[in-house]
Each structure stands twice: as structure tokens, then as C-alpha cells.
Write a protein that binds this ligand. Structure first.
Ligand SMILES: Cc1ncc(COP(=O)(O)O)c(C=O)c1O
Length: 371
């Protein structure tokens, strides 16, 4: 009997390996995009630190100050004794930034999506979900026990037809920037469609550093704007912004908020300092630099996520290995993360990449992929 579980685990891992889908962590000694892997210098093009704020002196200093004042952990859930002044101060500024009445922090963006889609889902709810939505949305839909209807990627005509055919309470959920393709949802058209259909719109803006932004007049009581502190804001955590009623409901019902330890004071302080930079002239300059960097790699591409679709899994693995040989880390993304036949390199660009780093990437791609 003692053999049942070890044998099962060994069979499962063997199956993953033989499908060519084995993954493992690699430890990298990085500060920003540059550092070392196994003692060799490397540049990463895989981080979501889009504005380079993980290593910004003001962000690091804010985290240090919070550590000195409140120590390392928050010690309990928000509703018990885990709330520090920084949590609600950050929530106030996040709400203002998103044009909403209130915001609520979660420990991660993943748990924010689980919370929203379980609280606003249910057996009597239909959730309309874009075919390329993030895993946390898919899992949130399952947790909510909703009826899930997947609409064709970015196809608003398809969505409109499905909405019209359904009755009862409806939720539409979409990434605003799709995490593996870097393309955008047409958020304003979606918001207008949801208003017409009486559907709640849940917008996952995790990668929305350069937009798309919602028009102010479309930010109403039936829109929830989810975001993360872990990407452009350089820290760790997630949030949801919306009307007072919706946020109060999340506080009282979202199990991924209620039954988990509050974010650490240092993470919150870092995100708050990063948000202040994002909303300042310096933030404008960083976004302009990021925009120029994207244009050097793929002119006109709408986001810092630039996919190079190569098709087969081996082609993507070979291209990634070729770049790794010259010290550039660009991951190969394969099924099940993307559809079979659409394996790719996924380049994530940052304002922290220097011109020289981008020159090296562009040259290596040109040489390597031309062969
Ligand atoms: C679209 C999207 N939503 C949600 C998440 C989860 O955010 P977090 O990493 O903060 O848990 C991610 C990132 O991993 C994402 O890409």
C-alpha cells in the first residue's frame, strides 16, 4: 500500500517528461533584467517588471522603511489583525487611479481572480470568458460553479450573440492584454456591450501597463477592474477596484481574501511607491521609453509582450536554447500554456532594458531565426 502514491507520482512525472513538457525552476541572480545564471552573465527578457520598478531606489527604500516600522509579516488575515495603515492607504490610491469608488487588496492577482469569480459566480450565473483568458480566470470560473461559455478570442459579435441567447445573471470576463499573445481586448466596446446586456464586466488588467484604458464614462457600478501589484508595480499582490457595494461584498464573501494572511507591509509599501511613480511624470517617461523599446523589436505592437510564434514545440525550444547560448533568456512557451502548433518565444520587454540589451536581442533573433 505504501507504494501507491510514490508509484502514481513517478508515472505522472514520466508522462510529462515523455510528452516533452517537463518544466523546472531555475535560480537566477538577477537585479532588474541583468545578472547571472550558473555564474554566466545573462539578460532576461522574461520578467513582467515592465517599468523596471523592482529595483527603483524609491520603491526599495519604501519597502525598507516599512520593514523597519512594521517588521516582515502581517501575521494574520486582514479581517483579524493583519491590516496596517499601508493596506488601506494603497487601496484608496488604487481606487482613485482606476476611477472607482473602492479597491481591495488580495495576496496575489491569482487569488483576486479566484475571489471575484467565486463571489460573483454561482450555479445561476453564466460567465462568458474569452478563449485566451489567463489560468486564474479559468480556475476562478470553476470555483464559482458558474455555467461557463467560452467566446472566440476577441470576437465581440460572437459574444453579443451568446449574451443575447442567455438569460439570468451574466458576467463577461477578459484579460485586457492577453498574456501569451500581447494583443488587446477592445475594452470600451466590451463595456458598452455589457451595459446593453446587463452583464457584469470583469476586466483583468494585469498586463495593462500601456493600456488599453476604459473610458471614464464606462466605469460604472457593473465594472470590476482587477489588477496586480506584481508586474508593472514591481511588488507582490493583486487588487480589485469597483463600486463600494461590490467591494464590500468581496470583503465579506471572497474566501481567497478572508482566509489568507494579509500582504506584508513591505510589499504593500513597495507597490504604493511604485504606483506614485507610475502616476508621475517619471512614470510617463518610463512608459515612453518602454513604447520606444517595443517599437525597436516589433514596430507598432500594442504591449510589451511580444510573441514569436514558431509552431512546433521543438522549434520553440531550439530558438530559446540558441538565445540562451548568447546570454539572452527568452522562454519557449508550449502546450498546455498555448494551443498545440502555436509554440513560441515570448519576449517580455521593460523600460529597464538598455539600448545595448535590445541591440543584442534584435541581432540574435535576426541571425538565429534566419537560419
Ligand atoms: C492575465 C493575468 N491575470 C492574473 C495573473 C496573476 O497575477 P499574479 O501573478 O499577481 O498572481 C497573471 C499573472 O501571472 C496574468 O497574466
Amino acid at each position: 500500500l505504501s507504494d501507491i502514491w510514490p508509484r502514481w507520482a513517478a508515472e505522472q512525472t514520466a508522462a510529462i517528461r515523455s510528452a516533452g513538457q517537463w518544466r523546472q525552476n531555475q535560480d537566477l541572480d538577477l537585479l532588474g533584467p541583468a545578472g547571472f545564471a550558473d555564474g554566466e552573465p545573462v539578460v532576461s527578457f522574461a520578467s513582467n517588471d515592465y517599468l523596471g520598478l523592482t529595483s527603483h531606489p524609491a520603491v526599495v527604500a519604501a519597502a525598507h522603511a516599512a520593514l523597519d516600522r512594521w517588521g516582515t509579516g502581517s501575521g494574520s488575515a486582514r479581517l483579524i489583525v493583519g491590516s496596517r495603515p499601508g493596506h488601506s492607504e494603497l487601496e484608496t490610491d488604487l481606487a482613485e487611479w482606476k476611477g472607482c469608488e473602492r479597491a481591495l487588496l488580495f495576496s496575489t492577482g491569482f487569488s483576486a481572480n479566484l475571489g471575484v469569480l467565486s463571489v460573483f459566480g454561482g450555479a445561476d450565473v453564466t460567465v462568458f470568458s474569452d478563449a485566451l483568458n489567463h489560468a486564474s480566470i479559468i480556475d476562478g470560473c470553476k470555483l464559482g460553479r458558474s455555467r461557463v461559455v467560452v467566446y472566440r478570442h476577441n470576437d465581440l459579435d460572437h459574444l453579443a450573440a451568446l449574451l443575447a441567447a442567455a438569460s439570468g445573471r451574466k458576467v463577461v470576463v477578459t484579460d485586457s492584454v492577453f498574456s501569451m499573445d500581447g494583443d488587446l481586448a477592445s475594452v470600451n466596446n466590451l463595456a458598452a456591450l455589457c451595459l446593453d446586456a446587463g452583464a457584469l464586466l470583469v476586466l483583468d488588467e494585469a498586463h495593462g501597463v500601456l493600456g488599453p484604458d476604459l473610458a471614464t464614462d464606462l466605469i460604472g457600478p457593473t465594472v470590476l477592474r482587477m489588477g496586480t501589484l506584481s508586474k508593472a508595480l514591481g511588488s507582490l499582490g493583486g487588487f480589485v477596484a469597483g463600486s463600494t457595494a461590490m467591494i464590500d461584498l468581496l470583503v465579506n464573501r471572497a474566501r481567497s481574501f478572508i482566509f489568507t494572511t494579509a500582504s506584508s507591509p513591505a510589499d504593500v509599501a513597495a507597490a504604493h511607491a511604485a504606483l506614485a511613480i507610475c502616476r508621475s511624470d517619471e512614470g510617463e517617461r518610463l512608459r515612453a521609453r518602454l513604447r520606444r523599446t517595443i517599437d525597436r523589436v516589433r514596430p507598432g505592437h500594442p504591449s510589451p509582450i511580444v510573441p514569436i510564434v514558431l509552431g512546433g514545440e521543438q522549434a520553440a525550444l531550439d530558438a530559446s536554447a540558441m538565445l540562451r547560448k548568447v546570454g539572452l533568456i527568452v522562454p519557449a512557451i508550449r502546450p498546455p500554456t498555448v494551443a498545440p502548433g502555436s509554440s513560441r518565444l515570448r519576449i517580455a520587454l521593460s523600460a529597464a532594458h538598455t539600448d545595448d540589451m535590445i541591440d543584442r536581442l534584435v541581432a540574435a533573433l535576426r541571425e538565429g531565426l534566419a537560419q
